[in-house]
Design a protein around this ligand. Sequence first.
Ligand code: BTN
Length: 260
Amino acid sequence: RGTKQNVIARYEANETMKTDYKVIHIPEIDSTNNYAQKLIDEQYDLCNSVIITDFQTLGKGSYNNHWESKRAENLTFSVILCPALEVSNQFYLSKIASLSLISYLESLSITAKIKWPNDILVENKKITGILIENSIIGSKISNSIIGIGLNINQKEFSLNPKATSLSILSGFEYNLKKELDTFLLHFKKFENNLNKKEFDFINKNYFLHLLGVNSYLRYKNKEKTFEAVIENIEENGKLVLKSKSGEIMKFGFKEVELIY
Ligand code: BTN
């Protein structure tokens, strides 16, 4: 039974390791997720590739938002996996993406939390966003485009005051290529866990790093705002909250929002 420290320690990536992802760099593109989808539609085999750009003209965030990222200051990329995963297990892709970011940040001595379903917060500010788009054939995921925006060197976020970056946190300038390579090592570790179907381990880690598991936080849905604690995350990714009066409430994506 591990504490937070030793569970994460199992995932310390060794800096001399290399991953086998094929990295494709495009100087400017509408969105790395869209470009990946376009290439897949044109029958390119992108399994185990990473598409990275210096600048997105139409970077997509969740909830139809725009993803703000200044040219060549941050990492904006998509990892494409062909995981042969049952659709019912698709939330595991979200979990491994979140955990790899937590583990990567931990390797830089930055403690981060997961805001359900997959935002990563440091000191209550968002440092990365994840947008996953899956293609499904039958009951299986044929392609998963895991889009990640990781704020690195940008110091001002005009559209989103609740954003942060590595540079804001540490004062340092980072080499983007090196940070991508390091991140991918952490991602590979968790991808391996998923390929080996180590679901319990992934679940345990995800829950351990989730914000709002041990404390009552404020949420809002269409009708009201309320305080609740996270009771569980269902296998399909649904959030189960418990109010102070003991009422159990279940929410799908976009049905509830944490106020932070
Ligand atoms: C969010 O709003 O939290 C999700 C943001 C996801 C942004 C990344 S940047 C690379 C990839 N391409 C996109 O257009 N979006 C994702």
